[in-house]
Design a protein around this ligand. Structure first.
Ligand SMILES: Cc1cc2nc3c(=O)[nH]c(=O)nc-3n(C[C@H](O)[C@H](O)[C@H](O)COP(=O)(O)OP(=O)(O)OC[C@H]3O[C@@H](n4cnc5c(N)ncnc54)[C@H](O)[C@@H]3O)c2cc1C
Length: 415
């Protein structure tokens, strides 16, 4: 009976968090990430409820606190930058649009990578972290998996974990084609870093809603920069995949008459080194374990950036998955992965909910719809109706479920 050798595809939040816990648990772990180096970027991600507890148990909170964003809340603005509704963090008890623990996605990835480097230094020989490589093919047999890599060469592993995001190659190879599991929600999201424009309210997440587009500007840790966040309501266009010029052209078209800070956002977009653009697609995989392969994070249960829970689910998934694997021998891997799939299921259902409905409700199609949306927001966030909104946010919160804890978790918890 030997400890398993685990391969993780994808070095994002889910992949690095899983690797961290496995290495700490004494498991030999290989990570392959397609990008040539860690991918920076991404706007603020929320840590609430179970994901915060997972971060605490993984000993990540000191690192997170050092990079924490201190947002005051969200403010809705019109085409001239005039506020018409506010949602302060304190009034919504950290359960409104802005949570009390917010960290930029790239910073969280850095915190995880630093923790992984420290864990690997204490356990030499356990971690192999390879950038610029990917899984090309995999085949399961009774005793393990044979994996062929894009860089050439083949190796055997006891488990393969797909943490390679919404368009997961692991999912395609071991579960089936993307169309079977991904549902397009009728839009796209884009994120990038920009210089903080003049006239933006310090510390507030400012939001402008126009027909077919939602434009947000969020504060960064560095006051000189801010994060632009775009949600676009347009149908699927295959030509947009991987074509940055076409993606930028679409954004320019939709923001042409947006007013406010749209010109500054568009001016910064072309130079953004961390420009991220993807279709809004929900991923539903009925069983995220298939023999010796399991999916974690967006690869298995993406709820889209609209859910606001992608990173939270990735952290909880990584924690639970690693918890099941650290006690397993190579022979027990399928049973351990099946247990992970069962334990994570309630979170998958809960975390994929889109607060207050859908893209259609969040982003209007016409200027009349946008005007009506502004009026409704103004009324709903007015002082007399605040208690109603506070209750609605508390009821819509996707942070109610406790972190599932297994026997081995206690051994892994560092905090
Ligand atoms: C650069 C970037 C910026 C993002 N910004 C935001 C944001 O601002 N707001 C938001 O809500 N969500 C954002 N996301 C998505 C968010 O990170 C996830 O929803 C969430 O954190 C779950 O993480 P994940 O690790 O499952 O997926 P991801 O963070 O998408 O990570 C998947 C990783 O797998 C790698 N990968 C993909 N295919 C392969 C392959 N075939 N082989 C090997 N590696 C592969 C990718 O390069 C990536 O590093 C961003 C993702 C990325 C990569």
């Amino acid at each position: 009976m030997s400890a398993p050798h685990v391969l993780i595809s994808g070095g994002g939040i889910a992949g690095i968090a899983t690797a961290l816990q496995l290495v700490r648990g004494g498991i030999r772990t290989t990570v392959v990430e397609r990008a040539p180096e860690p991918r920076p970027g991404g706007q603020a991600v929320d840590l609430r409820g179970a994901s915060r507890e997972a971060a605490e148990r993984m000993g990540l909170m000191p690192g997170i606190d050092a990079h924490r964003l201190h947002e005051k809340g969200m403010v809705y603005v019109d085409g001239h930058g005039r506020p018409y509704g506010r949602m302060p963090v304190a009034l919504f008890d950290g359960r409104g649009a802005v949570a009390d623990v917010e960290i930029a996605r790239g910073d969280l990835n850095r915190v995880l990578l630093d923790a992984l480097a420290a864990a690997a230094a204490e356990a030499p020989g356990l971690l192999s972290l390879r950038y610029g490589d990917r899984i090309e093919a995999l085949a399961q047999d009774d005793a393990g998996l044979e994996v062929r890599f894009g860089s050439g060469g083949a190796e055997r592993f006891d488990a393969v974990l797909g943490a390679d995001g919404v368009h997961s190659a692991t999912r395609r190879l071991a579960f089936g084609p993307e169309e079977r599991f991904a549902t397009r929600l009728g839009g796209y999201a884009a994120f990038f870093t920009m210089p903080t424009p003049a006239g933006i309210e310090d510390g507030w997440f400012s939001m402008r809603i126009v027909p077919r587009a939602m434009l947000g500007i969020r504060p960064d840790r560095d006051p000189a920069t801010a994060k632009a966040m775009l949600t676009l309501r347009v149908g699927h266009d295959a030509a947009l995949r991987g074509d940055r010029a076409a993606q930028e052209a679409l954004i320019r078209r939709l923001l042409a008459d947006a007013g406010w800070q749209a010109p500054a956002v568009l001016a910064a977009m072309g130079d953004a080194a961390d420009f991220y653009f993807d279709e809004l697609a929900r991923v539903d995989v009925p069983d995220v374990a298939n023999g010796r392969v399991a999916l974690v994070g967006d690869a298995g249960y993406c709820g889209t950036p609209l859910s606001g829970m992608g990173t939270a689910m990735a952290l909880v998934g990584a924690y639970v998955l690693a918890g099941e694997l650290v006690d397993a021998h190579a022979e027990d891997v399928p049973a351990a992965l099946a247990r992970y799939a069962r334990r994570i299921e309630p979170f998958i259902a809960d975390g994929k909910k889109i607060p207050f409905g859908s893209l259609e409700r969040a982003v209007p199609r016409t200027s009349t719809g946008a005007a009506l949306g502004r009026l409704t927001t103004r009324i709903m966030l007015s002082r007399p109706l605040r208690p109603l909104m506070q209750r609605a946010f508390a009821e819509n919160a996707t942070d109610a479920l406790p972190l599932p804890v297994a026997g081995s978790d206690a051994a892994l918890a560092t905090a």
